[in-house]
Design a protein. Structure first.
Length: 218
């Protein structure tokens, strides 16, 4: 019991600490998370029928909002996109430059920002969201709506500008269907990590702070 209490206190202290950091330290953490995203982006498996490769980026994106909160999780992904567009080669396959952001995968990178903001909002506002199944559901929404939709819309536009006309089913085959199994797997792993590292008590004035104890969190 004493060990469990110590672990729970450590998790609370860590998340409370990141809320109380100075601006400089928050920027440093956001840059660090952007760097982590750049590193896992190099876990890359190209597919012959699509310009969109399988990468590890979304795993870092799913954790960014949870670990840094809505504002700074979103800023970390904005820094990833902006610094990469400026030329730092930390996009997939050690690439950089505005051409990557305006290329076939640019919409997904913009979606990373939206997903981090979304997940950070729920993590910071609702204690209940930190359960495994709640977080898994939120991560799947973030992945399949906030990342895939801008990714597919931009991919369709990019293909059109390149003079390639594709139907809706073909577009899904290029920009979504090959990635579903991997993204679900990454969401399951990320939700498990969130379940293990997040405190199950309020640390930042959560709206359900007076109700959380009545819920059974798996």
């Amino acid at each position: 019991m004493q060990i469990a209490a110590t672990i729970n206190q450590a998790k609370y202290d860590a998340f409370r600490w990141r809320c109380e950091l100075t601006l400089v330290k928050k920027i440093a953490l956001a840059l660090a998370m952007a760097g982590v995203t750049g590193l896992v982006a190099q876990i890359r498996f190209p597919l012959p029928w699509t310009p969109v490769p399988i990468t590890g980026q979304t795993f870092a994106v799913l954790l960014a909002g949870v670990l840094l909160g809505s504002r700074w999780g979103g800023i970390s992904m904005a820094l990833y996109a902006g610094i990469g567009a400026a030329g730092v080669p930390w996009f997939s396959n050690w690439s950089g430059g505005f051409g990557v952001l305006s290329g076939a995968t640019g919409g997904y990178i913009i979606g990373f920002i939206l997903a981090a903001i979304f997940l950070g909002h729920f993590t910071d506002k609702y204690v209940r969201s930190r359960s495994f199944f709640s977080m898994l559901g939120l991560m799947l929404v973030a992945n399949f709506i906030l990342i895939y939709i801008p990714g597919l819309l931009w991919l369709r536009l990019w293909l059109g500008m390149a003079g390639k006309s594709v139907g809706f089913v073909a577009l899904l085959g290029m920009g979504m269907l090959p990635f579903i199994a991997g993204d679900i797997t990454k969401a399951v792993v990320a939700a498990g990590i969130v379940r293990g590292v997040t405190p199950k008590q309020a640390y930042n004035g959560e709206v359900d702070k007076d109700k959380w104890a009545t819920w059974r969190l798996p």
